[in-house]
Design a protein around this ligand. Structure first.
Ligand code: BGC
Length: 834
């Protein structure tokens, strides 16, 4: 059987509001045969009147990803139907269809309306209208300065939370498209409540308000198409009115205050304000509720507080059923953990209150906050007369990305580690890649995103997510190419740009290109990538970057005695190593994009930086001046050493690890590459030893302490249960989850030999004591999977390779071989597990 499994346009199966003029189609093929290759494809696209707008014709090609639309210009607000038909080398054919709809393809022409009733309650904007004819289709295009929830006739529009999401608002703002056909009747009320969100609400540890603006506003266009073909457009303008809503206040950090007894007061007129930035259609997947977790346990703490445990540290909100007295106030506080006495612990939330308050109306009510989110596993209840845990559920909120990887191990602690990585990704991929979801921070720290992006790409398809954020990264770059510490940049010119953080500009687009074969993202980010390299070049006389502020090996343990967070590795050694990495990436990107002059220029620059690095940081006898784990790892992994010196630096690394009792000391910078370097240099056994250690500092230390997400610090909780300083100790920070990349690429051994996994390498590592693993990853061509089971000195492998790709198999105990698509089983001999 030969089938077309997934047919997508711009990574989506059914896209509404597409503003891309040349959208790209991709599909995956499934077959029960081996060595299947597509030999030809044909794509046709028809508009909603069934007129053909593109016929690619029968195209002989095995290309099945990112095929660019090449037909007549697409019209705005129009539905299109695309069909793809393919043939394979086994003389079979398959077909699939999809529908997409274009967006406004221009700035919405609705005005930005704001309220006129002063600083009280969250405003609600309202417009009433009639529809006198039968409606065929209706779409709402909406955005806000703030975060909005729209309703038509009281019914929620769509399932998106915290729209329009967070962008560098002064430059870019996304609008959303909703199908609202079913919500309209003869007499209608379109309403939108707009909270402060990231636009106006408190941000950063200083809880600065009004960072982007001091006036929330709403902007929308409602397009109604009647059955007789006529159209009507209702826009935000002076015709609307506003009133205070029942949400008394809303804050991302502090929570919502809601008065459900609030009586609708008189209407006020709206005021029109201007917005000069660029308004674009939504690029990334919006934030949605992706799961609901039931409450696990309710108990009274030693302090006498009533606490509910959801069993999982998560990002989201609590929905609950309550039947109280009219005017009764109930409050829900949120926390990640309990302290060593079993009490509710909120010190690490710093100035974020993380509390939702409700005034009840006397009826049975189902309540949840609207414009906030919390990072929590536990909630503390105030003001409830009785508690039934069946009445409480945690709604998990994050960017609704497509899941792409699943990984399980016969060792339950490693399975828990993998789960912790995935949860920290979910919890922090909240429209932007944030550092943490709980304290007064939740910012788009570039370094964190940079170190984690390859791991992230295994667990979920992260292209739309990062594409949108990289657009903001570029928009926020300084005139001389400097990259902000956080994107969107709410810290201003806080400190000069830092290495490793700023390299998000180059590393992330390049990673997306390697993993998804997406050249467009490289093309779009190219100027930003180049500007960042040029920034470093302008500060690097003699090809060494040795000035300005640097985070160093953030949170590394080798400088703990100085209570310094930047680690012991020479900061400028790190800066120059990353300068080399980025110059190399830029040169390769230029090559992909056929910019041959740049490719050569930056290749030469890279060679010069490597030379300068050696002159400055490596002695004539091959000793690295900074002998930390991170310094050795960067020198080896980024290929900065002459071949003859590699063994000595490798030995220094091994000695260092051994001297630390086979423990890591690396921070944000060294951790992602530590185990990779060991595996690549023939010390896979030490990589495994690090991964499997369970005393501090190690990944499993936190797992044994009951972690359900990745901690910010290796020592977040000490062995005796006490905490590291609460001023900076999040229990949900994905950076150290970057070991996930090693687990997929070196343990399961799934790697790409050509961009997008057109050519795959399968080279699993047999880990002593872990008898079986099962790993599957959906690449652009379909499912790659690797599983093995070790029994009595034998290892049985099962490998699956998608149609249209080839794979080089290097399975321990078996001969090396190259295969086409299909499912394969092999048996080999091993001594790995006893
Ligand atoms: C954040 C980090 C970030 C760091 C840089 C912290 O407060 O939580 O993850 O990268 O600051 O200084």
């Amino acid at each position: 059987m030969f089938t077309l499994c997934d047919f997508t346009v711009e990574y989506n199966k059914n896209l509404l509001g597409l503003d891309e003029r040349k959208p790209r189609f991709s599909w995956t093929l499934c077959s029960d045969k081996q060595n299947v290759r597509q030999t030809a494809y044909c794509i046709t696209v028809r508009d909603e009147h069934n007129a053909m707008v593109w016929d690619s014709g029968e195209t002989e090609s095995d290309n099945s990803v990112h095929i660019e639309y090449d037909g007549a210009p697409l019209s705005a607000c129009t539905r299109y139907n695309a069909t793809v038909t393919v043939r394979d080398n086994k003389r079979e054919s398959a077909q699939a269809e999809l529908t997409f709809e274009t967006g406004l393809m221009r700035k919405p022409s609705g005005e930005f309306i704001t309220h006129t009733f002063g600083e009280r309650n969250v405003p609600k904007f309202v417009r009433s209208f009639e529809c006198k004819k039968k409606i065929q289709r209706a779409r709402l295009y909406a955005t806000a300065l703030g975060v909005y929830e729209a309703r038509i006739n009281g019914m929620r529009v769509g399932d998106i939370y915290d729209a329009p999401g967070w962008t560098s608002y002064e430059k870019r703002l996304q609008y959303q498209t909703y199908d609202v056909t079913e919500l309209l009747g003869d007499n209608n009320e379109l309403a939108a409540t707009v909270g402060e969100g990231w636009y106006k609400g408190a941000l950063t540890w200083d809880k600065r308000t009004c960072v982007f603006g001091d006036t929330v506003a709403f902007c929308a266009e409602l397009h109604i198409t009647y059955s007789d073909g006529t159209r009507e457009i209702i826009k935000t303008d002076k015709e609307w009115n506003c009133r205070p809503s029942h949400i008394l206040s809303s804050s991302l950090y502090d929570g919502d205050e809601t008065d459900t007894t609030f009586e609708t007061p008189a209407f006020y007129p709206v005021k029109i304000i201007s917005y000069d930035g660029n308004i674009i259609s939504q690029i990334n997947e919006p934030v949605r509720v992706t799961e609901s977790l039931p409450a696990k346990e309710c108990f009274v703490t030693p302090k006498g507080e009533t606490v509910i445990d959801f069993g999982q540290n998560l990002t989201g909100i609590v929905r609950f059923r309550v039947h109280g007295k009219r005017g009764q106030q109930v409050r829900i506080a949120h926390a990640e953990t309990l302290d060593s006495d079993g009490n509710f612990y909120t010190a690490n939330l710093r100035k974020a209150k993380c509390e939702d308050t409700y005034i009840l109306n006397g009826n049975e009510q189902i309540l949840q906050p609207v414009f906030t989110f919390h990072g929590f596993r536990f909630i503390r209840l105030y003001g409830f007369e009785s508690v039934d845990i069946a009445d409480f559920e945690a709604l998990v909120l994050h960017s609704d990305m497509q899941k792409s990887g699943v990984f399980s191990f016969s060792d339950s602690r490693i399975t828990q580690l993998q789960s912790n990585i995935v949860w920290s990704q979910r919890d922090n991929f909240f429209d932007i890649p944030s550092d943490c979801p709980q304290r007064d921070e939740r910012l788009g720290w570039t370094g964190d995103a940079q170190v984690f992006c390859r791991t992230a790409s295994f667990n979920y398809n992260v292209v739309p997510f990062f594409e949108k954020w990289l657009g903001d990264l570029a928009a926020d770059q300084t005139a001389d190419g400097g990259v902000a510490h956080v994107v969107p940049n709410v810290l201003g010119d806080y400190l000069t740009p830092s290495s490793c953080w700023g390299d998000a500009a180059t590393v992330i687009p390049w990673t997306l290109y390697c993993v998804y074969g997406d050249e467009r993202i490289l093309a779009r980010q190219y100027e930003s990538m180049k500007a960042w390299v040029e920034y470093m070049r302008s500060r690097s006389p003699h090809d060494l970057w040795q000035s300005g502020f640097q985070y160093g090996d953030w949170l590394a343990l080798d400088k703990e005695e100085f209570s310094d967070r930047t680690g012991a590795t020479d900061k400028y050694l790190i800066a120059t190593a990353f300068y080399a990495l980025s110059a190399d990436i830029l040169s390769k990107a230029a090559k992909v994009l056929n910019k041959s002059e740049d490719a050569e220029f930056y290749a030469r620059l890279h060679a010069r930086i490597v030379k300068a690095f050696c002159k400055e940081y490596v002695t004539d006898t091959g000793r690295l001046v900074s002998e930390t784990q991170t310094a050795c790892v960067l020198a080896l992994h980024f290929d900065l050493l002459p071949k003859k010196f590699r063994p000595r630096v490798l030995q220094t690394l091994i000695d260092n690890i051994r001297d630390h009792g086979y423990h890591l000391t690396t921070g944000f910078v060294g951790t992602p590459y530590l185990c990779h370097t060991l595996s690549e240099c023939g010390y896979g056994d030490i990589a495994v030893r690090l991964l499997k250690s369970d005393d501090y500092p190690s990944w499993l230390y936190a797992v044994d302490k009951g972690a359900t997400t990745i901690w910010e610090r290796w020592n977040g909780i000490y062995p005796d249960g006490t905490f590291f300083e609460p001023s900076m100790s999040s229990f949900n920070h994905y950076a150290y989850g970057s070991i996930g990349d090693w687990m997929y690429r070196k343990w399961a051994g799934i790697d790409c030999l050509q961009p997008g996994y057109k050519k795959i390498s399968i080279k699993p590592y047999l880990v002593e004591g872990v008898d079986s693993i099962s790993c599957a990853f959906d690449c652009m061509y379909g499912k790659i999977s690797v599983a093995y089971r070790i029994e009595n000195g034998c290892v049985r492998y099962r490998v699956e390779i998608p149609v249209n790709t080839t794979a080089v198999l290097e399975l321990p105990g078996c001969d090396k071989t190259t295969v086409g698509s299909g499912v394969y089983e092999f048996d080999g001999k091993t001594e790995a597990s006893k």
